[in-house]
Design a protein around this ligand. Structure first.
Ligand code: FNR
Length: 365
C-alpha cells in the first residue's frame, strides 16, 4: 500500500482491513444511497474563488464555541460502534481529537461508556450525542452521566424517529460480537440476571426504544433538564432552523445523518446557506455530511458553518490503525484545510465568507 495521502486512500486501506459487513455498515447509506453520494458530489459542484497577494505567512484556524477555544473547526462526529473498527474504538478516537484540541462527539450507541471515554481521554473536548428514548428517564440519566463525567455539550439527534432503510442491514443484519456491547446501557441493566435477559434488555432499548412521538416541546423539555449547551442535529430546512432558534437551542447541526436516514434528501452542503440565513447569526450553525477534503471544509465555512464534523473519515482511520489512524485522518484534513485557506488568501477563519465560493460555471468533469 503506497503512503496514505488522502481520505480516499484511507478509505481504501480501511476496506482491506474490515470485514465486508462492517465496511458496509460504516460506508453505506439508506436505500439507493442517492443522498450519501450527493453529500460528496455536491461539494464538487462548488468552486473556490481565491484571492491572491495576501499575507498568509501565519495561519490561524482557531474557533471559539461555548466559551472554549478549539484549535481547528474540524470535529469528530458521533458514530455508533467504533470498536467494531479497532480495539482502540471511542477512546482512541477521543484521544486523537484531544491531540488536535478539537471536539469529539460520543454516540449514545458507543462500545465504550460515557465514563470510560471521559476517564481515558481526560481533558478532551467531549460532547455527548443523545437520542430521545421512549423511557424519558433513560434519556435523562444518559445526560446526567455525561454532565457528571465532564462533557461540555449535548447534541440531540432529531432526524431518527426510526432507523433509515439501509439495505445491507436488511439483507444481513449487523450483529455485535460477544466481546462488544452498547456500553452506555450496561450500568442501568446490572439488576438483570442472565446474559440473555441482559441482551434482550439492551436490544429492546437500542432497537425499539427510540421515541417516534416527538415535537419541539421535546427539545424544550430536554433543554430544561441540562445545564450544558444543547445542539439539535439533523436540521435541513430554514423552517426547522427557525423553530430550533425559537425552542431556545444553543446550536444547530445541519446534517442528513450521512445519508443514512431518508434517501433522496438534499446534500447538506446544498442546504447550509439557507439554514445560515434563517438563523441570522443568533446561534452557531455547524455542519456534517460528505466532508472528505480540506477544500470541502473551506466550502462549508464559506457558506456559513462555524465548524464541521467528519463521520466516516474517523471510522476509516480507526479501522486502518486505531488511534494513530484517526490522528492521520485529522492531520490530512487539517493540512489540506490550512493550505486551502492560504491559497485562497484567508489567514484566519473570520476571513472566509461567501465571496470565496461560487456554483460551478462549468462541470468539473
Ligand atoms: C452515524 N451517525 C450517527 N449519528 C448520530 O447522531 N448517532 C449515531 O449513533 C450515529 N451513528 C452513525 C454510525 C455510522 C457508521 C455513520 C457513518 C454515521 C451520523 C454521523 O453523526 C454524521 O451525521 C455522518 O456520519 C456525517 O457524514 P459523513 O462525514 O460520514 O459523510
Amino acid at each position: 500500500m503506497p503512503k496514505i495521502s488522502s481520505i480516499k486512500d484511507l478509505q481504501e486501506a480501511a476496506k482491506e482491513k474490515l470485514s465486508k459487513g462492517t465496511y458496509e455498515y460504516y460506508t453505506y447509506g439508506a436505500q439507493d444511497m442517492l443522498t450519501t453520494s450527493e453529500n460528496c458530489a455536491a461539494f464538487d459542484r462548488i468552486q473556490i474563488r481565491p484571492r491572491v497577494l495576501r499575507d498568509v505567512s501565519k495561519m490561524d484556524t482557531r474557533v471559539k464555541l461555548f466559551g472554549r477555544t478549539l484549535d481547528s473547526p474540524i470535529f469528530v462526529a458521533a458514530t455508533a460502534l467504533q470498536r467494531l473498527a479497532h480495539a482502540d474504538g471511542e477512546v482512541g478516537a477521543a484521544r486523537a481529537a484531544r491531540r488536535r484540541n478539537v471536539v469529539y462527539s460520543l454516540s449514545t450507541f458507543s462500545t465504550s461508556s460515557i465514563e470510560e471515554v471521559a476517564k481515558e481521554s481526560r481533558n478532551a473536548n467531549l460532547w455527548f450525542q443523545v437520542s430521545f428514548f421512549k423511557d424519558k428517564n433513560l434519556t435523562l440519566s444518559l445526560i446526567e452521566r455525561a454532565e457528571r463525567a465532564g462533557f461540555a455539550a449535548i447534541i440531540v439527534t432529531v432526524d431518527m424517529p426510526y432507523s433509515g432503510r439501509r439495505l445491507p442491514d436488511i439483507r444481513n443484519p449487523l450483529t455485535v460480537p460477544p466481546h462488544l456491547s452498547f456500553s452506555n446501557f450496561e450500568p442501568v441493566s446490572q439488576s438483570k440476571h442472565t446474559d440473555q435477559e441482559e441482551d434482550e434488555w439492551i436490544g429492546h432499548h437500542v432497537v425499539n426504544g427510540v421515541e417516534a412521538n416527538l415535537s419541539w416541546d421535546s427539545v424544550t423539555w430536554l433543554k430544561r433538564h441540562t445545564r450544558l449547551p444543547l445542539l439539535t442535529k439533523g436540521i435541513l430546512t430554514p423552517e426547522d432552523a427557525r423553530l430550533a432558534v425559537a425552542a431556545g437551542v444553543d446550536g444547530i447541526i445541519v446534517s442528513n445523518h450521512g445519508g443514512r436516514q431518508l434517501d433522496s434528501v438534499s446534500a447538506t452542503i446544498e442546504s447550509l446557506a439557507d439554514v445560515v440565513d434563517a438563523v441570522q447569526g443568533k446561534i452557531p450553525v455547524l455542519f456534517d455530511g460528505g466532508v472528505r477534503r480540506g477544500t470541502d471544509v473551506f466550502k462549508a465555512m464559506a457558506l456559513g458553518a462555524t465548524a464541521v464534523f467528519v463521520g466516516r473519515p474517523n471510522l476509516y482511520g480507526l479501522a486502518y490503525n486505531g488511534e494513530a489512524g484517526v490522528n492521520l485522518a485529522l492531520d490530512i484534513l487539517n493540512e489540506e484545510f490550512t493550505l486551502a485557506m492560504a491559497l485562497s488568501g484567508c489567514p484566519s477563519l473570520k476571513d472566509i465568507n461567501r465571496t470565496y465560493v461560487q456554483h460551478a460555471l462549468a462541470p468539473l468533469s
